[in-house]
Design a protein around this ligand. Structure first.
Ligand code: PLP
Length: 430
């Protein structure tokens, strides 16, 4: 008996869909989730004691792989001292200092407990600062499950093909205008028409939640210029890209300074975290310095700060980004080429250690184009790979992540599994 399936049946009776976050369900790939028991480096083990190479990496936070010894010690040492106070600690200053040093657009930062809280708070702040209501987002971008941002959203919302979300009042959804990613002319037209109503444009500077989609040259620059011209704010949602594409995030890579930045995932080192920060004159509106209320019992809690700080410290010491990029090139392009050899067309989108293989023709520059990918074929590939010990995100519209614990050996093993999977799929079609 498959223990994973057994646990899934039990879980479904107690937890909606058997999962505490929809993206973990394997519905979209015609399967059921693995119930994992432990992880080490690039590997995870399921309830049958089967071992997998992990390309989910907890959806991004684990850039150092599972249970990095230094991160685990940092958490253990902190746990001996205290779990939480609900009072300030020096660790919070160290965290703020590290982020402010590495991301010059951020002069002040506030810690929260999830990426969702970060984007929700950033929008409240942007609306207060500009005294405007409307927010522009892009189709296929996901910014957490904030009511007003679940419009044409990515991640699980895209995977399950949900256009809006029941329970979100029209009046909330109506404050959001969602436009196609990479289509600057539509943004220009909108600003010409009602630029004076737009509080902010929020964007994933490299999209990771419709699968990986890169910004075309001029798109982010154009957003920066337009928001500045119309006195509206530019918010970069770097919850994935922060410390993933480099120490300075996507803003460092593209050399664009947003007004507000949202962070999460990696800065918690595997513990729950989020943060939003930006220019001083904007951040000074946040309570109790200003009047924009935002709070959290466990915000900046010592365990998450210790894990996040140790993670950032290791990233600064090791600068693993060039090595991650070449490993990721070998992986993504390698699988793309294997597909091409056997006549399975794959569009390979990746940047640094995040990437997606879209089954179908490219280029893929937007959610509209991503939706053209063959999710059924991806589902078959997913199931074949899982049988061969490769744990992928269970959706065509998600990013795969590599960690510093992944190496050429894991990539070779994965390429071999991909080759066998393609052969198996083609054989079934005969
Ligand atoms: C994961 C994610 C979020 C939400 O973060 P949670 O911690 O899951 O609430 C927001 N924005 C982006 C870009 C994300 O990838």
């Amino acid at each position: 008996m498959d223990k994973n399936r057994e646990l899934f049946l039990k879980a479904k009776d107690l937890i909606p869909g058997g999962v505490n976050s929809p993206v973990r369900a394997c519905k979209a790939v015609g399967s059921y989730p693995l119930f994992l028991t432990h992880g080490k480096g690039a590997y995870v083990w399921d309830s049958n004691k089967d071992k997998y190479i992990d390309y989910v990496c907890s959806w991004g936070p684990l850039i150092l792989g599972h249970s990095h010894p230094r991160v685990v010690s940092a958490i253990q040492e902190q746990a001996q001292r205290a779990l939480t106070f609900g009072a300030p600690t020096e660790l919070e200053i160290e965290m703020a200092q590290a982020i402010v040093e590495l991301m010059p657009s951020i002069e002040m930062i506030r810690m929260v407990n999830s990426g969702t809280e970060a984007t929700m708070s950033a929008l409240r702040l942007a609306r207060a600062y500009t005294k405007r209501e409307k927010v522009v987002k892009f189709n296929g971008c996901y910014h957490g499950h904030v009511d007003s941002l679940l419009v044409e959203a990515g991640s699980g919302v895209a995977t399950f093909g949900i256009p809006g979300c029941p329970g979100v009042p029209d009046s909330f959804a109506g404050t959001t205008i969602s436009l196609p990613y990479n289509d600057l002319s539509k943004v220009e037209a909108l600003f010409r028409d009602r630029g004076d109503q737009i509080a902010a444009v929020i964007v994933e500077p490299i999209a990771g939640n419709m699968g990986v989609v890169l910004p075309e040259r001029g798109f982010l620059e154009g957003l920066r210029e337009l928001t500045r011209r119309y006195d509206s704010l530019l918010i970069f949602d770097e919850v994935i890209t922060g410390f993933r594409v480099g120490l300075g995030g996507a803003q460092g890579f593209f050399k664009i300074d947003p007004d507000i930045t949202c962070l999460g995932k990696i800065i918690g080192g595997g513990l729950p975290v989020g943060a939003y920060g930006g220019r001083r004159e904007i951040m000074e509106l946040v309570s109790p310095e200003g009047e924009v209320y935002q709070a959290g019992t466990l915000s900046g809690n010592p365990l998450a700060m210790a894990a996040g700080l140790e993670t950032i410290k290791i990233l600064r010491e090791e600068d693993p980004y060039p090595r991650l990029a070449s490993l990721s090139k070998a992986l993504f392009e390698g699988i793309g080429e294997l597909g091409e050899k056997v006549g399975i067309q794959i569009t390979v989108n990746y940047h640094g250690s995040m990437g997606t293989l879209f089954f179908g023709p490219g280029p893929i520059r937007s959610y509209e184009e991503a939706k053209g990918a063959d999710s059924v074929l991806f589902g078959r590939f997913y199931r074949e790979m899982r049988k061969r010990g490769i744990y992928l995100p269970p959706s065509q519209f998600e990013a795969w992540f590599l960690s510093t614990a992944h190496g050429p050996e894991e990539v070779d093993f994965t390429l071999k599994a991909a080759k066998e999977s393609f052969e198996r799929i083609l054989k079934e079609e005969e």
